[in-house]
Design a protein around this ligand. Structure first.
Ligand SMILES: [Zn+2]
Length: 116
């Protein structure tokens, strides 16, 4: 059976299970799949990345405290996070990937890092 390259459509010679004619075509194809497909997605991903960067900067030790004012001054956007974790003790952690935060009293925030 004649197979053609998924990227450029050239005929593929060689092994049966090959999908691309070259490494270049495989890379080009995978880059397209992984690219954020819309501006909307790109904007959200940028916000998530920015939030993550801010938490990482403030939480070098893996556990620390900060204030809402400090987070806001760095441009942190509380609307964007990747997941929520509810503990059995009733605390709610908001995570950006492996960096998380929990609201404490008086505008303080506890920053934590998830062990993966
Ligand atoms: Zn090709």
């Amino acid at each position: 059976m004649n197979k053609t390259c998924l990227e450029c459509g050239e005929k593929i010679v060689g092994r049966e299970d090959k999908k691309f004619c070259s490494d270049g075509c495989r890379n080009a194809y995978n880059n397209k799949i992984n690219k954020d497909s819309t501006n909307f997605m790109r904007n959200i991903n940028n916000k998530l990345r920015k939030n993550y960067r801010i938490l990482s900067e403030l939480n070098i030790e893996g556990k620390s405290k900060t204030t809402r004012a400090k987070l806001l001054s760095k441009g942190f956007d509380f609307e964007f996070f990747t997941n929520i974790l509810q503990t059995k003790t009733g605390n709610t952690y908001y995570f950006l990937y492996d960096q998380g935060y929990m609201v404490l009293d008086n505008d303080f925030y506890m920053l934590v890092k998830k062990d993966i």
